[in-house]
Design a protein around this ligand. Sequence first.
Ligand code: UDX
Length: 446
Amino acid sequence: MKITVIGTGYVGLVSGVCYAELGNEVVCVDKDAHKIKVLENGGIPIYEPGLQQLVDRNVQQERLYFTTDLKRGIKDSEIVIIAVGTPPLPNGEADLRYIEFAAREIAALIENYTVIAIKSTVPVGTNNRIKQVMKEVTEVEFDIVSVPEFLREGSAVNDTFNPDRIIIGGESQNAIDRIVELHKPLNAPFVITELRSAEMIKYASNAFLATKISFINEIANICERLGADIREVSRGMGLDKRIGKDFLNAGIGYGGSCFPKDTKALIQLAGNADYDFKLLKSVVEVNQMQRMGVIRKLKYALGELKGKTIAIWGLAFKPGTDDVRESPAFEITNYLLKSGCMLRLYDPVAMGNFRSYVDHANIFWAENEWDAVASSDAVCLLTEWDIFKQIDLKVFAKQMEEPILIDGRNVFNVKQIKDAGVTYYPVGSSPINEMVFELEKSKATN
Ligand code: UDX
């Protein structure tokens, strides 16, 4: 099939490349000339494991092209996929400017019947609106299909090839059949729905996963106070198939380009329909609060924060990506800077992106994980990258006068920590070696 994908962000680029890998001829179009230049020169504008090799192979086999020229891009295309951004407006609603603009442009250019598949996350009712917008521009026949995307950054290629389900919302059987045919090689169950239900499935799925995270984070906060261990609690809960083990890792709250945006958009969407989505409002509030757990523990461990040097391991909102959008690291570093701390920051791939948003005379951009630790009073682990998980804790303990580790992602186990003598503040369980630490502190001062 000949396919055009509009928008080369995470969703557009990864989907486009994967459709090419399935044997289709794919043209990826973006208005951003810089992104297209990077792609034309053989690079990729995002960090995503496995994507570069797929781009190389499909470009070489002449199945994958990049252009800024929409007219050239959609010529003879059977399916045009819209995957442009729907960023949040200040009130939380999704900004539909880009998608409407793309729809108008496509309508002005199509010459034959075309299936328009919308992958961008859009409020319920948007696909119908897009249809009207396009009808105002063209007399050529087309059908709109909603095909929401569920890929995760950091495992986007694998998720695209191994989806749990393919959601297709539409009104025209012919258009639905074309989209089914395109996705058949993926061997996943199809859920065929009305347009509005498909749109809602995407929001409801993200909101539900966000709820799971805020729920387990609150249970973790209670565990800290009552002396239970959240890791054991999560494991015990997750083995119940009705609950499921995924998304039960307590931490510092969710970030990224989807959960924060989509939860707020769904609250707005419900509000516009006169429904107060109380549960989801609490989910968002809990998520915001959760970041402060790291600060609370730092204050407990160090007392006064002013003048202290804090190392931060991890700036990306999750491992496997250079994306820092809505990363908890922003709130945490801003709070520490305001409190008069000196920061030593390190992330294996997201330093450049983070630095483009935050720069400060009190930030030292470390060259590696150890460089960040040097001369620090405490280390906070915010992103669970493998290099941090594989740290030799005995070596770590020797690098610091009083080794203090605030682990926002629960990556170390009790035995490792105890053996190394590190004072350790995990999420959702009691601190480890804290007594040893207190004892030695008092010995040192006596
Ligand atoms: C998410 C959805 O999973 C995906 O289906 C959708 O298409 C886009 O949004 P993504 O944002 O890439 O994907 O990452 P995900 O792995 O879902 O993690 C989101 C956030 O939740 C991260 O900040 C992560 O650290 C956090 N998280 C996840 C937890 O805190 N605990 C968990 O148990 C799982």
